[in-house]
Design a protein around this ligand. Structure first.
Ligand code: VG1
Ligand code: CO
Length: 544
């Protein structure tokens, strides 16, 4: 087997976004496109010769082909070993778990998360560092620089590797060990949560639940954990076989795309609990019977009840949330007298806080929660956390949330997305908004007075790195906020995200419909940013 050096030329569009490089499958299928990016990862990291790389993906279309290419390139570039999820499957949190458990040098995860899959849809690739977490900006910037300078890549001239049978194969001087995709992750979950308690709770027969894997990667994990280890009835997990095109669906666990599960939880004889995960298994949606838990509330409730879970029984060191996430968790942190950190959007910004033990739980409004057990957000972990709390408290999901609001007040919260907007128009909207900031501070809009208006800039408290322009936020004196930012994960045009939040301490006003409660702020966001005018849209594409 010989190592081939192939000459190539840079592609201009290989800058990683919020979570790696995401493009249409067709873009990745261009000659040398994937190879360039992979070689650029290897060129930007040092000291991996003879070391171990973890590799796997969410099983979407092009996963298996990409894995063959990456294996041959890892071998040609001098890695000692690749730990590969069986069939090329590893959920994002499981990949993080495997990197940590094996003290691997790093990992490559193939996913475009909640974006649809299939030949005409999306694919993605992301590099994770030795702590198991997404590469920080200094690494992704270095990768990007390499993509712009690349002249050649190295690949082993070899037969394809058997991805499907457990065992160790030789690829040149590198070993490929095909591992069980689920076992290490399921063991980690069993070490954090009280499986015996949850098992008895489910076995009692009074409590019913439904888990939707949306034809994506969590299927095998959810079956092993909920049905095999926790004894939930067979069929508790639906849409459990990962498909290359996710059954033609959009594997995004929210009220819009997870409608199959929503119909069940809002239908007749609805179960007590429902949950869904996204394409790569790092997101979660939590539902009670005819009840939806806002992700920001979920984070706050997990933090407030963490002591009920064995893995967190000694308390939390601190919590962290992304800037646009609601401030519900801040109130819990204040009550617990622990620190609460506010970071830019994207899990990579939590890594340092978790590594040095400043934060134990982290979360994002985009259906992502996680903890220091891995360095990615973790969908099934959040589901288990809820089950553990439910089993201890013996209350319904709705009762738990309402009790939380009574104690801490309710943060009404919603995100309005305008998808596939013309990029130029979206950029103009943001530039215009930015130019208004100095004049907005202190201004009165109806009943709202602006407290602050800025473009969020973050200084990492551990390594002092600075990330600028992370979202425009307008805060009002009553604690309400409007945040505007452009998505860094979309593959078509621009996606404008508008995050809206208000705070209601009065129990008698906590039962309003969310969109109604945020009515004035929604109108105000349009007035200030001229959203309809710039986007040419009358309403958002998706409201969560
Ligand atoms: C979105 C979410 C962000 C999340 C990111 C990756 O990013 O808003 O909170 O971390 O997706 O999640 P953006 O830039 O499009 O707003 V995942 O499940 O796609 O790995
Ligand atoms: Co995801």
């Amino acid at each position: 087997m010989s190592i081939k050096t192939v000459s190539t030329q840079p592609f201009a569009d290989q800058k990683p976004g919020t979570s790696g490089l995401r493009k249409r499958v067709k873009a990745f299928q261009q000659q040398n496109y994937l190879e360039n990016f992979v070689q650029s990862i290897f060129n930007s990291i040092k000291g991996y010769q003879g070391k171990t790389l973890v590799l796997g993906g969410d099983g979407r279309y092009y996963n298996r082909q990409a894995i063959q290419i990456i294996l041959k390139m890892a071998a040609a570039n001098g890695f000692g070993k690749v730990l590969l999820g069986q069939g090329g499957i590893l959920s994002t949190p499981a990949a993080s778990c495997v990197i940590r458990k094996n003290q691997a040098f790093g990992g490559i995860i193939l996913s475009a998360s909640h974006n649809p899959g299939g030949p005409d849809n999306d694919f993605g690739i992301k590099y994770n560092i030795s702590n198991g977490g997404p590469a920080p900006e200094k690494v992704t910037n270095a990768i990007y620089t390499q993509t712009q300078e690349i002249t050649n890549y190295q690949i082993l001239d070899a037969e394809d590797v058997n991805l499907d049978d457990l065992g160790t194969w030789q690829l040149g001087s590198m070993a490929v060990e095909v591992i069980n995709s689920v076992a290490d992750y399921a063991d980690l979950m069993a070490s954090i949560f009280n499986f015996e308690l949850i098992r008895n709770f489910i076995a009692g027969g009074k409590f019913k639940m439904c888990i939707d894997s949306m034809h994506a990667v969590t299927g095998p994990y959810a079956i092993e954990i909920f049905e095999s280890r926790l004894g939930a009835p067979i069929g508790t997990v639906q849409n459990a076989t990962p498909l290359e095109d996710f059954g033609g669906g959009h594997p995004d666990p929210n009220l819009v795309y997870a409608h199959e599960l929503v119909d069940i939880l809002y239908g007749e004889n609805a179960p007590d609990f429902g949950a869904a995960s996204d394409g790569d298994g790092d997101r979660n949606m939590i539902l009670g019977r005819k009840f939806f838990v806002t992700p920001s509330d979920s984070l706050a409730i997990l933090a407030a009840n963490a002591k009920l879970v064995p893995g967190y029984s000694s308390g939390l060191a601190g919590v962290a949330r992304s800037m646009p996430t609601s401030q519900a968790v801040d109130r819990v942190a204040a009550e617990l007298e622990i620190d609460c950190y506010e970071t830019p959007t994207g899990w990579k910004f939590f890594g340092n806080l978790l590594d040095v033990g400043k934060a134990t739980l982290c979360g994002e409004e985009s259906f992502g929660t996680g903890s220091n057990h891995v360095r990615e957000k973790d969908g099934l972990w959040a589901v288990l956390f809820w089950l553990n709390i439910l089993a201890v408290k013996q209350q319904s999901v709705e009762e738990i949330v309402q009790e939380h609001w009574r104690t801490y007040g309710r943060n009404y919260y919603s995100r309005h997305d305008y998808e596939e907007v013309n990029s130029e128009k979206a950029n103009t909207l943001m530039a215009n908004l930015r130019s208004l900031l100095p004049t907005i501070a202190g201004k009165q809009f109806g009943k709202y007075q602006v407290d602050y208006a800025d473009d969020f800039s973050y200084t990492d408290t551990v390594d002092d790195s600075v990330s600028e322009k992370q979202g425009i936020r307008i805060g009002f004196t009553d604690g309400s906020r409007i945040v505007f930012r452009l998505s860094g994960t979309g593959t078509q045009g621009a996606t404008l995200r508008i995050y809206l939040e208000s705070y209601e301490p009065d129990i008698t006003n906590q039962g309003t419909d969310t969109q109604q409660a945020l009515d004035d702020l929604i109108a105000l966001s349009d007035e200030i940013a001229q959203v309809r005018q710039f986007t040419g849209r009358e309403k958002p594409t998706v409201i969560t």
